[in-house]
Design a protein around this ligand. Structure first.
Ligand code: FES
Ligand code: FES
Length: 154
């Protein structure tokens, strides 16, 4: 076990874990933030997506020792204009079904709009390719991203 001071959502959180513990468990069990989900555990489904210094990362496959002083953002700390537009579009279009994958989907969608404010269908499919939804909400996800992009256009 070792003590780490993780910067999560603008706060420093002390967690005492094995250095090889995935960031996901430091976030959920160490910091008590339950919005980030465990899906596959092998960086294949996107349920555990968080930002590390603004970049979407799979927290199930990132050991705590590698995080260092990077800023971690989870779904609970998402407050960019893109994130707000995405969350509003998600609610308006009733995107989630069981909801399990959706925090990862929202994290990836907001990151996409931050990089590409007017994505095409292909851009969306490519960017969201690593976020699996067992309920197959993909059509609504795509529509919600287009809707959020329109909102951001003003
Ligand atoms: S739980 Fe991390 S990508 Fe599936
Ligand atoms: S909404 Fe159920 S897994 Fe995506």
């Amino acid at each position: 076990m070792a003590a780490f001071a993780l910067k999560i959502n603008g706060q420093t959180r002390q967690v005492d874990v094995d250095p090889n513990t995935p960031l996901l468990w430091a976030i959920r069990d160490g910091a008590g933030l339950m919005g980030t989900k465990y899906g596959c555990g092998v960086a294949q489904c996107g349920a555990c997506t968080v930002y590390v210094d603004g970049q979407p990362m799979r927290s199930c496959s990132l050991p705590v020792w590698a995080v260092g002083s990077s800023e971690v953002t989870t779904i609970e700390g998402l407050d960019s204009k893109e994130a707000k537009a995405v969350q509003a579009a998600w609610a308006a279009l009733d995107v989630p079904q069981c909801g399990y994958c959706q925090s990862g989907q929202v994290m990836s969608a907001a990151a996409l709009l931050n990089l590409n404010p007017k994505p095409s269908d292909d851009d969306i499919d490519l960017a969201m390719n690593g976020n699996i939804c067992r309920c197959a909400t993909y059509v609504r996800i795509r529509a919600a991203i287009h809707s959020a992009a329109k909102t951001l256009e003003g």
